[in-house]
Design a protein around this ligand. Structure first.
Ligand code: NAD
Length: 331
């Protein structure tokens, strides 16, 4: 085949993949009803990324690689984020994790530490406190503008309405539905003849984006906080500081994080958590590895849609299928 003919085929495939992925993203983000598995989605996404790297001049403006999340619904009022809420780059094997670690070590002067965390399978939220009081909550939306879900988030009992210190702070984290609540909700829906949710993430997203906050309040959602936008008032200078200080403010963090210095330590954490994941009362779809010091994070910077100082290691497809059985067996 000539080079031109190959290029023609590849560019057509790019268009096809862009259309398909946008359609899947619409089902996933707007309807909370995915039609393919995340693993299949990620595979098609990677195929598109590889073609776009080969033909950067043919990247379509509407390509999913150029945006975070999805369009913001008209139903909720809009909130412009104080700083963009980004996505995360993915790693699907240890070689990709090692490359992330090596690149970070090369670009940062001196010793560097990493924090490994569980990747909670929920939806991200930004919450504003003024003078220690809860004032606003917003979804990630397209990363720049989110939906105002202040009333709905107020119903989540693990979100404090008043912090233990009268500070101004924006905190970010993941709203999730515990596995047991997810199974119970789907059983109720099945009995009522309503469509069931594909996974706890979609159930959480569907529950939070309710016009009637009373519905949200009955859905038993919870939260883990893992980031924020901090003024000088807040003495947090690293991800590990955050995990220590947030609980003092009354903010819930996931305790299963670990500080690691080498790729081997990170790999050991991933292996340990992969084995433990079925025992957890909430769903996780991977492990997030972050450079610890904020100063080092700034050195590494950002791509158009994700920080270069963090990566999400995603679990493999066959393990996800086991989880579905697990959910059935745990209740
Ligand atoms: P992502 O899920 O790969 O990772 C980023 C998100 O991880 C953050 O926004 C945050 O919400 C979450 N997160 C959980 N725990 C975290 C922690 N400890 N620290 C930081 N972040 C944490 O990226 P995304 O942009 O939210 O979504 C893209 C993914 O959505 C795809 O990889 C795909 O798997 C899935 N998707 C699936 C379909 C489908 O049809 N099945 C369609 C679109 C997207």
């Amino acid at each position: 085949m000539t080079k031109d003919a190959q290029q023609h085929i590849d560019v057509l495939r790019m268009e096809e993949l862009t259309d398909q992925l946008n359609d899947y993203a619409y089902q996933y983000y707007a309807l909370d009803n995915p039609t393919i598995s995340d693993q299949e989605y990620d595979q098609l996404y990677r195929e598109l990324q590889a073609l776009e790297a080969k033909y950067p001049e043919f990247v379509l403006a509407e390509s999913p690689t150029q945006r975070v999340g999805d369009a913001v619904s008209e139903v909720f009022s809009k909130v412009t984020h104080s700083q963009p809420m980004m996505s995360l780059g993915n790693a699907f094997n240890f070689a990709e994790v090692n490359k992330f670690v090596e690149d970070a070590k090369r670009l940062v002067d001196g010793p560097i530490r990493f924090v490994c965390e569980l990747k909670i399978d929920g939806l991200s939220v930004a919450i504003q406190y003024e003078n220690g009081r809860y004032v606003r909550a917003a979804t990630r939306g397209d990363g720049v503008v989110g939906e105002d879900i202040t009333n709905n988030v107020r119903t989540i009992k693990s979100v404090p309405m008043k912090l233990r210190q009268a500070i101004d702070i924006e905190v970010r984290g993941e709203i999730y539905m515990p596995k047991a609540s997810f199974v119970a909700l789907n059983e109720q829906r099945e009995e009522a003849g309503l469509p069931t949710f594909a996974n706890p993430r979609n159930a959480a997203a569907g529950s939070i984006r309710q016009l009637d906050a009373n519905v949200t309040s009955r859905r038993n959602l919870s939260i883990f906080l893992y980031s924020g936008v901090f003024s000088d008032q807040v003495p947090i200078h690293s991800q590990s500081d955050l995990f220590e200080i947030f609980p003092d403010y009354g903010l819930r963090v996931n305790p299963m994080y670990r500080i690691c210095e080498t790729a081997a330590e990170i790999q050991a954490y991933i292996e340990e958590m992969t084995a433990k994941r079925h025992e957890l009362p909430y769903g996780i779809d991977g492990i997030v590895i972050k450079v610890d010091a904020f100063e080092d994070q700034e050195t590494l910077g950002y791509t158009v849609k994700a920080p270069k100082w963090a990566i999400a290691y995603k679990f493999q497809a066959e393990e996800v299928e086991t989880v579905v059985h697990d959910i059935e067996w745990t209740v």
